[in-house]
Design a protein around this ligand. Structure first.
Ligand SMILES: Nc1ncnc2c1ncn2[C@@H]1O[C@H](COP(=O)(O)OP(=O)(O)OP(=O)(O)O)[C@@H](O)[C@H]1O
Length: 605
């Protein structure tokens, strides 16, 4: 076995770069082994047929030189040549039929495999960088990988077959000329190896530049509002243009670095032909060989070098494919989150934080916190900005795993729950509501594929979305733009609440939006939340005064990773200084907002 590379161990056996590469491919996608072998066999037979007309040409030459070329023989040779071309055509077609779909299949399999793997990764594996990386990998880079089975591998087989078949034949005719014809091949290969090294560096640089371009595109489009709002369009565009220029330069440098080496490689092979001519002429003149032998060598050597010379471009494909395989392996080697197999007993579910500690990399956010969240009650988490409120919700859902302690759901540690049991028990409404491309109906029924249209409408009414959905051009069948860009923040949040209502899970995790919404929207969101809460275990990161006061239990985070106090609103107002401060701050910001609203109203009168 190869030592684990990026966590993925790969069987290592000998073989050339191409064989190793194909082994890696087959190791990652074992289902490709058989179709690849069949395609390779077709290519090999096609190559043999390609050699047939040359063989016949030599027979004709021999007959001509010894004066044995009869009409009958001419007919036989003509038929033989035609047969050679027919066989070549037939196997070329068989090869194409087998090998070309392999490229598209490979593309699909890689994308599916990566998609499947990403589904099981913890959230810490995702970032903007990853988005750009993935975009570059699954689009442009993958296209180069698809050339491996349908272009590079077959070309490699062709280049192998001729020397293997011809070497014994040439050696049996004249060993001196045979060695002259064959020796340039091993002499030229070190140059090709050097070219491979250059290509390897260049391809990686080019891929990095491509990834940067993709990341910038993702960032540019996703952050367009900020870009425009802060008049950064020109600056951002310049960095995008600079990344494109870098990518262009890297592409050119790849060509300029490899071309001289490729030309040297081909030149060494060409020298073989020149040497063959010189040595052949000398041997012919001193009577050691016949003209037939000399001409035979020239014809066959030219034919033998042709596919070997074509190996140059093959190297570029293999280096790109190797870099792409490295990146695929790196993604696949990210450790997936392991779920247990335990399930939850039906009925109410409580949540228990037992000495939980958590840090994002080095940023410790929670330190040994313990909190019992009773079933079917509303627990609010409050605290200064950045104190870890949202993080607590994320840990319940296992978007991240705790570093110390444990979180139990219905008495079962979340790590031991199966993903179906865990996510089946949770309804989540987060601050940044993401809506998927599709209709409003599909977005509401996202977590409940079996819901009927009537169920969707009932949930939408309860979440106070029905009226605005009804006003949309196609009602529930109105397409929603990517991320929900065509709806307002308040509308998006209410759709997320309808989604959660429809799911009807025993635990509700709710991260109230901090962004202010207009009073009418705020009131509707509040009513939608009231409908969602019902008889469920609710954990909410609360920002509105009403939601905070209505909670049966409030946990106050102190901003240093600890829980400062736990209690009801009245208890905390009496006993917790931090809560009093937070409460005062909230009230004053509310009166400030009300005052501002009144001022606007007066102004407009
Ligand atoms: N994905 C992440 N990677 C690294 N650090 C993060 C990540 N998410 C949050 N943090 C950091 O963790 C800390 C707690 O963040 P969290 O979002 O839980 O706070 P919060 O109390 O919900 O804040 P707010 O009230 O402003 O929404 C912050 O310092 C934040 O910068």
């Amino acid at each position: 076995m190869w030592p684990a590379r990026n966590g993925v161990s790969i069987r290592k056996r000998g073989g050339t770069f191409m064989i190793k590469l194909m082994r890696r491919l087959v190791w990652l996608f074992p289902e490709m082994r058989r179709p690849l072998s069949v395609a390779a066999a077709f290519k090999a037979v096609e190559t043999l047929f390609m050699g047939m007309p040359y063989g016949i040409m030599i027979l004709v030459l021999n007959d001509l030189l010894v004066g044995k070329l009869t009409t009958k023989r001419v007919i036989v040779y003509t038929l033989g040549t035609a047969f050679g071309y027919l066989g070549q055509g037939l196997f070329c077609w068989l090869f194409t039929k087998k090998a070309y779909p392999l490229g598209t299949q490979l593309c699909k399999r890689v994308r599916l495999r990566i998609g499947e793997h990403l589904r099981n990764l913890p959230m810490c594996a995702f970032s903007h960088k990853t988005a750009g990386n993935l975009a570059a990998l699954v689009s442009e880079e993958l296209t180069m990988l698809t050339l491996l089975p349908r272009m590079a591998f077959p070309q490699f087989i062709s280049s192998l077959i001729f020397p293997i078949v011809l070497a014994p034949f040439l050696l049996s005719i004249d060993w001196r000329l045979a060695l002259t014809a064959l020796i340039p091949v091993p002499l030229a290969f070190p140059v090709l190896q050097q070219c491979r090294r250059e290509l390897s560096k260049g391809v990686r640089q080019r891929n990095e530049a491509m990834t940067k371009v993709s990341s910038l595109v993702v960032q540019y489009v996703q952050g367009m509002e900020v870009v425009k709002g802060f008049r950064l369009a020109v600056t951002q565009f310049h960095s995008f243009a600079a990344a494109l220029e870098r990518s262009r330069k890297d592409n050119l440098s790849l060509v300029f670095r490899s071309t001289p080496l490729l030309m040297t490689f081909q030149f060494i092979l060409d020298i073989g032909i020149v040497l063959l001519m010189i040595l052949g002429a000398v041997l012919l003149l001193n009577g050691s060989i016949s003209i037939f032998v000399w001409l035979t060598f020239l014809i066959l050597a030219l034919r033998m070098y042709e596919p070997i010379k074509a190996l140059g471009p093959v190297y570029e494909i293999t280096q790109s494919a190797e870099a792409t395989l490295d990146r695929i392996e790196a993604i696949l080697s990210e450790k997936p989150q392991v779920h247990g197999c335990r399930t939850l007993a039906p009925g109410p579910v409580d949540i228990n934080f037992k000495n939980v500690s958590f840090a994002y990399d080095d940023n410790a956010v929670l330190r040994n916190i313990s909190l019992e969240i009773p079933a079917q009650k509303v627990t609010a988490i409050v605290g200064p900005s950045g104190s870890g409120k949202t993080t607590m919700l994320r840990l319940i859902a296992r978007f991240w795993d705790v570093d110390g302690g444990e979180i139990c759901l219905g008495g079962v540690p979340v790590r031991e729950l199966s993903s179906e049991a865990l996510f089946g028990a949770l309804s989540m409404v987060f601050q940044d509501v993401y809506l998927f491309q599709g209709t409003v109906r599909e977005n509401i029924a996202f977590g409940s594929p079996d819901a009927s249209d009537a169920d969707v409408e009932r949930a939408a009414r309860a979440a106070h979305c029905h009226d605005f959905i009804d006003r949309l051009p196609q009602g529930y069948d109105t397409p929603v733009g990517e991320g929900g860009a065509t709806l307002s923040g308040g509308e998006r949040q209410r759709i997320a609440i309808a989604r959660a209502l429809l799911k009807d899970a025993p635990v509700v995790l709710l991260d109230e939006a901090t962004a202010s919404v207009d009073p009418e929207n705020e009131c509707q969101i509040q009513e939608a939340i009231d409908a969602l809460v019902g008889s469920k275990t609710v954990v909410l990161v609360a920002h509105r005064l009403t939601t905070i006061t209505q909670a049966e239990q409030i946990a106050v985070l102190d901003g240093l990773g600890n829980i400062a106090a736990i209690g009801s609103h009245e208890e905390l107002l009496k006993s917790c200084f931090l809560y009093q401060r937070l409460w005062k701050h909230r009230k004053s910001s509310l009166s400030w907002k009300v005052g501002e609203a009144e001022a606007v109203a007066v102004d407009s009168e």
